[in-house]
Design a protein around this ligand. Sequence first.
Ligand code: SF4
Length: 327
Amino acid sequence: MDQLLTPVALRKLRHALLTWYEEHRRELPWRRDAHPYRVWVSEIMLQQTRVAAVMDHYARFLHRFPTVQALAAAREASVLAAWSGLGYYHRARRMHQAAKVIARERNESFPRTAEEWRELPGVGRYTAAAIASIAFGEAVAVVDGNVERVLERVFGAVEGREAAWQRAESLLDRERPGDFNQAMMELGATVCTPRAPQCPMCPLHDWCMSRGANPARPQPTRKRKQLIYGLARRNGSVLLVQRPADASLMAGMWELPASSDSPHNGKEPAATLRHAITDTDYEVSVFTIASAMFHASTVNGKWFARRQWERLPLTGLARKILRRLPA
Ligand code: SF4
């Protein structure tokens, strides 16, 4: 790819992108401090989760676990509780395992290179490169969906992900790799967006082959599903059930019990809400059920007062439902 640009053009492109980034980047909490712990937490949270959803959780998580030592010393249930609402809980479990490795086996010293970061649980090629470049200034490029799209639009399609990584490497500003990587991702997230790239505002406009002419990739159609839960209350406590330890999703997390009621049988739900996860929109109904009925039929059920369930590893949906219910 770099043969497509002369050294002078390459220098100009890097300069244009970095200048744009300095002027237009969003003020995000994890950009205030490039401490490896903070960068690592943000990168893990941002995998598969939108920036807006991460903002809130990031501050709360760091308040609860301000250092890698605090995270390593925590119980897994506390880590999952602090993660509640972000989904993809294996990320939290692996980060917890990695924190223990850093605190106990590495004597509290963070890895410095992408190669070392990849040895930790839950850290793949992208995450390792992002942390090493942002927190330690290592000259390694990143490729995520945003970067791949920008590269493809500017320089044309390539075969396979590996070719995209090579392109990103040759484009990288080796003096400021962390800023450059963040600038590429920021450009893809805010200007060169999948559906409506804003080419007149783009710092790469002069070098871009397509200038928005590449058709957007078709978006997957969203599925719609119904979920029905039962709400049993007793003396200010609510009945929750624990998902099996070997469940493929959200293993060990707590949620409301399922209900056999239906929105179609004439009974009024205590609450209804919508919940969206990746490609599925859920319509959720919650029916009040006499506590005695649940008591007998629930195997893994337990009663929790509010101050208790607030610290439990709840599924994101359970937390959303419970917070909406009147006290
Ligand atoms: S000019 Fe348009 S298509 Fe090209 S990189 Fe910029 S925003 Fe994307």
